[in-house]
Structure formats: structure tokens, C-alpha cells
Design a protein around this ligand. Sequence first.
Ligand SMILES: Cc1cc2nc3c(=O)[nH]c(=O)nc-3n(C[C@H](O)[C@H](O)[C@H](O)COP(=O)(O)O)c2cc1C
Length: 285
Amino acid sequence: MSLRTVLAADLNPIQTNGWLTGSIAPRPIAFASTVNAAGVRNLSPFSFFNAFGSNPPMLAFAPNRRGRDGTTKHTYQNVVATHEFVIATVSHAMVQQMNVASAEYPDGVDEFTKSGFTPLPASFVKAALVAEAPVQMECRLHQVVELGTGPGSGLMLIGEILCFHANEEMLTHDLPDPRKLDHVARNGGAFYTRAFGDSLFEIAKPAGMPLGYDRLPEVLKHSRILSGNDLGRLANTAELPDLATMPRKTGDPEGAQDLEEAIALAVRSENMAEAWRLIGQRLRC
Ligand SMILES: Cc1cc2nc3c(=O)[nH]c(=O)nc-3n(C[C@H](O)[C@H](O)[C@H](O)COP(=O)(O)O)c2cc1C
């Protein structure tokens, strides 16, 4: 592997943005609904966004200073004026209209009207809910964190979540279901990711204290067949089985390479008991 190192101090703001948004990706999208002091609605997407605490429930997003002239965006101005906002999540069915909402409309233009989304009254704040969104959160401004003063500098808005709203169809056992949301996320450049179908996968959380990579049999770590993910899955075993007593079965492969291929197959199909049994054979050949 040849490693490219780039000093942040050597990059101009456009290059920095390219490295940031290309490296920290995919990013969830906050579709921020706000109103200005006169009550005119605003709706814009922001992918510098995440959740940061659950007690109290906190999220943050960053409508930053414009890269070209350092001026602030309407969303930022509205939140600073009203201290409240709604964050809606964005599904694949919404992505083209969301893109229309991201244009730099003049102050006072209702971006619900421009993008064609349906405003609904919220429960606690003046900003509107987005009827089409799978999940949304009404928020009260907690803190503004200024991360610089020049063009492209960060203006992070931290909000306390007052309530969640979800389309009933998006829920399973009373929680948002990743298989139903069809969320989109932002990557570098003009790329997006869709979290749906085959792109979703599950990993069992480590149960208690996992075995760890360091305790895997050395021979497995030097395998040219087992991948980092295979070894990681094996390292996520609760107890190291007694490999010396693993039974041999008729039809088991004989050679080291064939055994490692069989181990990889068992791991990738989540048949961990079979994987460890075959590892026992591998250690004996
Ligand atoms: C998917 C997506 C994500 C974006 N993320 C951000 C972001 O995190 N921060 C930002 O300042 N602008 C971001 N933008 C650009 C803003 O949406 C754009 O500047 C918008 O016009 C701001 O509108 P406003 O002035 O009405 O607040 C993003 C645009 C898109 C399409």
C-alpha cells in the first residue's frame, strides 16, 4: 500500500471540502425546515449532520458560511432568529425534490413551494413538518458553535429534540425500521448512497467480551483465503472452543487451502459452529 499524506494547511477551502466530503461519507441528510422572523418557510438539506446524545436527545447540523463570500445561509439566520427548527430525514423517493430545495433562493422564497413538498403544522415549533418525510424531529436550539469566521467555516447548530414524528408505515415494533426507511445519504462530489435492499446488512453486536483477533490461531492470520472480515467475525466469538477435540466428518477437505476455503464459506454463511469445527481440522493438517 502506498500512503498519500496531504497537510490540511496546504489545501485551499475548495480542496479541503473535497477531502472532507469525500472522506467522511456517506453522511446522513438533515432536511432542515425553518421560518424567518416574518414566518416565511425555508427548507434546505445539510449533510454535516448527526445525533450526539440521547439524554437529553441532541442533534447537530451545520449550515456553514458560504464558500464564495463567507455570508451566512438563510437556515442559519432563521434558527438564530427563532431558536427552533424541524429536521426531516430524506428517503430515496424525495431526493430529486430535495435537490431542488438546495438551490440558493433569495430571502423570503418559500422553498416548500419551490420543491413541491407538503408543509404540515408541527406540535411545538413554528417551522413546518414535511409530510413526505419518513421521520422528523422538532427541535429547540441548544447552542451555536462557531468554528471559524472565514468562507466555508463551520456554523454548528446543536438542537434538543422535543419530539419525533414518523410515518406509521416506517415503524416495526414502534421504532423506525432501516428496511423500510429507504434513506439516502450524501457522499463526495455529486454522489449519494441509498440505504435499502442488498446494501443493508446486520452484524451481531459483540456479546460481552469477544475473543479478539489476538487470540485467533496464528495460522488463520496468515491465510491468503480468509479476509479481514472473516477473521473479524471469528474474533467476535464469545469463547474460544476446544479446537483439539473438534470432530472430523467424512467429506471434510484434506489440504490446508481447501480447509481454509471451507472455513471462509462457513463464516460467510454465519455457520460459526461449522467454521470452528473446520478450524480444528486446519490446525491438525
Ligand atoms: C445533499 C446536500 C447536502 C448539503 N449539505 C450542506 C451542509 O452540510 N452544509 C452547508 O452549509 N450546505 C450544505 N448543502 C448546501 C445547502 O443546502 C445550500 O447552500 C442551500 O441553498 C442553503 O439554503 P438556505 O440559504 O435557504 O439555508 C447541501 C446540499 C445538498 C444538496
